[in-house]
Design a protein around this ligand. Structure first.
Ligand SMILES: CC(C)(COP(=O)(O)OP(=O)(O)OC[C@H]1O[C@@H](n2cnc3c(N)ncnc32)[C@H](O)[C@@H]1OP(=O)(O)O)[C@@H](O)C(=O)NCCC(=O)NCCS
Length: 191
């Protein structure tokens, strides 16, 4: 699937409660307020600067927008439908590179967690990957300690392939590697 680069422009995606819109530089202040919380980063891959620098979100947004400009990844900010358009989280998607076996990442404002919102966002992005981009599968990963993230994959119909060592912000641990095939996802949709 490496031949899918450059990717098409990032579309706006809508769910029952969310609008996912392309990341912009104006989202950096909201990201800077929400992202540097241990609850958000503890299960993410090691290497995120910590303590998070004051310009962390600006730097990350600039890098993300450069990657986006090369057509390599999609970056959506998660906003509440009928809300103030403020970014409350993020979801990223990228094509299989033949190695990493990881193609999607997400995080959400802790104040909004536990309401099924990331399940909605993940479904919208997955629908886009399978129905519009016609990708045949998504490789997905999470820390074995990250039960909420694993549960979202399970609910989507993903199959756990293996567990392997991985360093996280919280220290050395293990990650689960999953595959979500278009067939399994479609079967779960009742299609
Ligand atoms: C992972 C994350 C995005 C989930 O967002 P969310 O909106 O709270 O998730 P949802 O409410 O859509 O779904 C979570 C599911 O996990 C379940 N869950 C949550 N905590 C759980 C736990 N400790 N054990 C088992 N299941 C758990 C929920 O019950 C729900 O499943 P259900 O619908 O069957 O009840 C959010 O916790 C987050 O931002 N975490 C920090 C960043 C992160 O870890 N990102 C993922 C990296 S792989």
């Amino acid at each position: 699937m490496t031949d899918t680069i450059p990717l098409p422009p990032t579309p706006v995606l809508e769910t029952a409660r969310l609008i996912l819109r392309p990341l912009e530089m104006r989202d950096a202040p909201a990201m800077q307020r929400l992202f540097p919380q241990w609850e958000v980063v503890k299960h993410l891959h090691a290497g995120i600067p910590w303590p998070y620098p004051d310009d962390g979100a600006v730097t990350n947004a600039a890098m993300s927008l450069e990657t986006r400009a090369r057509g390599e990844k999609f970056y959506w900010v998660i906003t509440l439908k009928g809300g103030d358009d403020e970014a409350r989280g993020r979801i990223d998607l990228w094509p299989f590179d033949g190695q990493l076996q990881d193609m999607r990442g997400f995080w959400l404002d802790p104040q909004l967690q536990g309401q099924g919102l990331m399940t909605e966002a993940a479904e919208a992005v997955t629908r886009y990957a399978f129905e519009v981009l016609a990708w045949p599968f998504l490789y997905l990963t999470n820390s074995t300690q990250n039960h909420a993230s694993g549960r979202i994959k399970e609910k989507q119909g993903a199959e756990r392939l293996r567990v392997e060592p991985k360093d996280f912000m919280s220290g050395p641990g293990e990650r689960q590697v999953w595959i979500l095939t278009r067939e399994a996802w479609l079967a779960r949709q009742g299609n």
